[in-house]
Ligand binder design. Structure first.
Ligand SMILES: Cc1ncc(C[n+]2csc(CCOP(=O)(O)OP(=O)(O)O)c2C)c(N)n1
Ligand SMILES: O=C1C[C@@H](O)[C@H](O)[C@@H](O)C1=O
Ligand SMILES: [Mg+2]
Length: 644
């Protein structure tokens, strides 16, 4: 047997370079690059291997481990899971910083490959710097904390373990049903240990992502069910995008006259103004999708996990005869809501049902309800895009909470822009093929409702984990995936403050991203949530501590985000009027470096809900009558929702 004597880390890099994906007959490298933040836990092992020979892997320098891993996730999501990036951190805090990102990947079914450094396998220097000691079990390290949020986890305690471990790591990363975070913990000493690896471990490997066909029986069941129904509604989930099944879904919808709503992950599969596209559905859905969903007698969920946001905590579907049909590669997700299930790749599943249903001459019984719902929603969009602050008498979209704050904000920030008007303008100002990136706060809700994608795959919102800090890091990952497009991070002030370290990476790499920062001086959506459930404004506005009250109820914090970004070398703008916004966007398009547009938007001027409910944990007992009322409301909605 021919062998090569190299270190564990060198073998790992050599192996990663030999992994390829084949999908629908097209072949490409699977691992584009690796994000690194070096410390003693990885620099002399993996760092040395990368310095000596990284092969075709691009080596990026991350600036926060969570941020760099979020960039890697966004890259894979934008590539529809056909190409990934790896990430390596030091041990202890560097590793722990990646745990949130691992969870983000796993919640969203997006592949990411993580290599946290680990304590010495020999235990000779224990406790090594940054080791947490557990006297009852010396084998536990920080990296065990990844187990709860990884789809595959391993620790390489001997060099030869690398071989079976990596074969299985790639198996999971390329499996559409089980993909997510793969964590391979690498003890510091083992990374540098040499072994005679067999040459066959480094042969080129092509991993075919196979489309799972549906069984004949399940197609029969699906056709039988659809034929009994008059008003079916499709929910287009992320699985449709990852399966690249947009055209099949369109054809299916058109042939049988079935409208469709979009989840956050499914949005922009098909252009927003398609006659049957009702737009965002669920808690953050719009009027058209939710009103049709309420009456639908069949919900056809394609590639969706049916999260609480999609189903309005299982309250949305109010037709007493409603049934569920699911098309999903995952039996787990397909089995939700007692559905009739077609366990299959989205494209094949849709096409198989299409072929059989066509023979039956099926058409839904919608008359003008779809067109009418869409027309009504367009009128509402037009209203939202034209909301102007009118002074003291102004009633914001989220009214009756702390209306007086709007005037205070105006006086302090000299801006009376409403968030919905800004989004309306941006819909027109950004080029059609630009990609927007979002994740948390009030923006995902607004975007799912009012963003109008004109081109496929231009809407990238991570809402499986809704992780603050993803927006800027994610924009970098998307840019690495689609270098010739303008990429816009849509981020709230709270999330931007939490994490934007990879903005520096974008400068360093010369990969231009644009940050559209919506500064409303607070955790706006949580303020809305607490106040619409009976609480006061508590701990969610960004205010100074007042010396008299001892509380955080002083003046609003005024942060010059543009100035701060300028210090990083970002081209930045402050926006207080629509004219400022137009000028800033126009100028930003001419820039080669990353840009930041600090948009001061009035609190409470984001969109409100439409025909939806979200089940949240309102207190059962309180001295406040408002909380008592909110609790009563909760029970009333709950009575109308499915139990599971
Ligand atoms: C890492 C993380 N921590 C906490 C939360 C809970 N959370 C969701 S939105 C939000 C506030 C977001 O504020 P901002 O980014 O300013 O957006 P706004 O709602 O004001 O538009 C918080 C704290 C989260 N989603 N992610
Ligand atoms: O708790 C949350 C509430 C949602 O409105 C928000 O979009 C999300 O980021 C979140 O974490
Ligand atoms: Mg905010």
């Amino acid at each position: 047997m021919e062998t090569i004597r190299i270190t564990t880390a060198q073998a790992l890099i050599k192996f990663l370079n030999q992994q390829y994906i084949e999908f629908d007959g097209k072949e490409q490298k699977f691992v584009k690059g690796i994000f690194t933040i070096f410390g003693h836990g990885n620099v002399l092992g993996l760092g040395q291997a990368l310095e000596e020979d990284s092969g075709d892997l691009e080596v990026y320098q991350g600036h926060n481990e969570q941020g760099m891993a979020h960039a890697a996730i966004a890259f894979a999501k934008q590539k529809h899971r056909k190409q990934i990036c790896a990430c390596t951190s030091s041990i202890g805090p560097g590793a722990a910083n990646m745990i949130t990102a691992a969870a983000t990947a796993t919640a969203n079914n997006i592949p990411v490959l993580l290599f946290p450094g680990d304590t010495f396998a020999t235990r000779q220097p224990d406790p090594v710097l940054q080791q947490v000691e557990f006297p009852h079990n010396l084998s536990i390290t920080t990296n065990d904390a990844f187990k709860a949020v990884s789809k595959y986890w391993d620790r390489i305690s001997r060099p030869e373990q690398l071989m079976t471990s990596m074969v299985n790591a790639i198996r999971v990363l390329t499996d559409p049903v089980n993909t997510g975070a793969v964590t391979i913990a690498l003890p510091q000493d083992v990374q540098g240990e040499a072994y005679d690896f067999p040459k066959y471990f480094f042969e080129k490997r092509i991993h075919r992502i196979e489309r799972r066909p549906a069984s004949k029986e399940s197609i029969k069941d699906a056709v039988k069910l659809i034929k009994q129904k008059k008003k079916p509604l499709i929910i287009c989930g992320g699985g449709v995008r990852y399966s690249e099944a947009g055209d099949s879904l369109k054809k299916f919808a058109e042939k049988f006259n079935i409208p469709f709503g979009e989840t956050q992950a499914g949005k922009s599969t098909i252009e927003w103004n398609h006659d049957l596209n009702l737009g965002g559905i669920g808690v953050t859905g719009n009027f058209a999708a939710n009103i049709i969903a309420k009456e639908a007698d069949l919900i056809i969920g394609v590639g969706t996990r049916f999260t609480d946001f999609t189903t309005c905590s299982k309250y949305l579907f109010q037709n007493k005869d409603v049934d569920f049909l699911t098309i999903n590669v995952s039996d787990f997700h397909a089995s939700k809501l007692d559905a009739t299930k077609v366990i299959a790749d989205a494209k094949l599943g849709l096409e198989s049902i299409y072929n059989e249903l066509k023979k039956e001459g099926y058409k839904s019984s919608y008359y003008d309800e779809i067109a009418k719902a869409k027309e009504d929603w367009k009128k509402e969009l037009n209203r939202l895009f034209n909301i102007e602050y009118t002074g003291k008498d102004f009633v914001p979209e989220i009214s009756g909470h702390c209306d007086e704050v709007l005037e205070e904000f105006y006086n302090r920030f000299d801006s009376c822009l409403t968030q919905t008007k800004v989004l309306g303008e941006l819909n027109n100002l950004l080029d059609e093929d630009s990609i927007i990136v979002g994740a948390s706060g009030s923006l995902p809700g607004d975007l799912q409702r009012v963003w109008c994608p004109k081109k496929p795959n231009t809407y990238h919102v991570e809402y499986g984990y809704s992780c603050m800090g993803y927006e800027v890091s994610g924009a970098l990952g998307v840019k690495l995936a689609e270098e010739d497009k303008e990429v816009y991070s849509m981020v709230g002030d709270g999330s931007y403050l939490m994490l934007h370290s990879e903005l520096i990476t974008s400068i360093q790499e010369g990969k231009k991203i644009n940050v559209l920062l919506f500064d409303n001086a607070g955790f706006g959506c949580i303020n809305n949530l607490q106040m619409s459930n009976g609480m006061g404004s508590f701990g969610t506005e960004f205010r100074y501590r007042d010396n008299n009250t001892g509380k955080l109820d002083g003046r609003l914090l005024k942060i010059d985000f543009a100035k701060s970004a300028e210090g990083y070398g970002i081209k930045s703008y402050t926006v207080k009027t629509i004219e400022d916004l137009r000028n800033a966007i126009e100028d930003s398009k001419k820039q080669k470096v990353s840009t930041l547009i600090d948009i001061k938007v009035l609190p409470k001027t984001m969109t409100d809900v439409y025909e939806s409910w979200w089940h949240v944990g309102v207190a059962e007992v309180s001295k406040s009558s408002k909380i008592k009322d909110a609790y009563k409301d909760r029970l009333e909605y709950l009575r109308k929702a499915r139990e599971y």
